[in-house]
Design a protein around this ligand. Structure first.
Ligand SMILES: [Zn+2]
Length: 197
């Protein structure tokens, strides 16, 4: 499960019973921690130790992954999303994108290939989510590539989220695009089998 906060924020949500099971909607309680891991973020590294939780309803356990991470990826969602956007906006190749982000080019190539292989499904997923959340959204102009269209659809989704939830948090509650893309995918943006048809 992807959660917005880390540490004390997540603890407060658990204690307050504000996190519910994605399987049965039962209340989630603390259940130890997952192993600590190092995440490469823009400008350095950070350590996270995700909370493990257990559902009082079905007994299922889950790991709460902060919204900065994608499943099974060492690089932060922000870095990965930046690479995908760079490809969509400038058409730059994986070598140049990698140099710009200080990430090995072959790693970037892997991200771009994985995303390109699911671009149309991601576009549909983002668009549907945007229409579900938004109130009165503008159309999205075609960019001429399925890749660009998928990234453009994420813009629509963010517009929808902002339209509906503006004013609900710090910074006027406006989440950056990469956070929304990470959150709606449950951290599975590049994970095998996402999005499900
Ligand atoms: Zn449950």
């Amino acid at each position: 499960m992807t959660v917005a906060g880390t540490g004390s924020v997540v603890e407060a949500e658990l204690v307050g019973g504000r996190l519910s099971c994605p399987g049965c909607a039962g209340r989630l309680g603390g259940w130890g921690h997952a192993r600590a891991r190092r995440v490469r973020v823009l400008g350095g590294w950070c350590w996270i130790r995700p909370r493990r939780v257990r559902c009082v309803g079905c007994g299922g356990t889950h790991v709460l992954l902060p919204v900065l991470c994608l499943l099974r990826r060492m690089y932060s969602a922000e870095i990965i999303w930046s690479a995908l956007v760079a490809k969509a906006v400038s058409g730059a190749g994986w070598r140049r994108i990698g140099e710009g982000l200080d990430v090995p080019g072959t790693t970037v190539r892997g991200w771009l290939r994985r995303f390109a292989g699911r671009a149309e499904q991601v576009r549909v997923f983002f668009t549907r989510a945007g229409l579900e959340v938004g109130i009165d959204l503008p159309g999205v102009a075609a960019t001429g590539s399925v890749y660009g269209d998928a990234v453009a659809a994420s813009g629509l989704l963010v517009a929808a989220v902002r339209q509906r939830f503006t004013g609900s948090g710090p910074d006027d509650g406006l989440p950056p695009l990469w956070q929304v893309a990470c959150a709606v995918s449950g951290g599975r943006l590049l994970f095998p089998g996402w999005p499900r048809p």
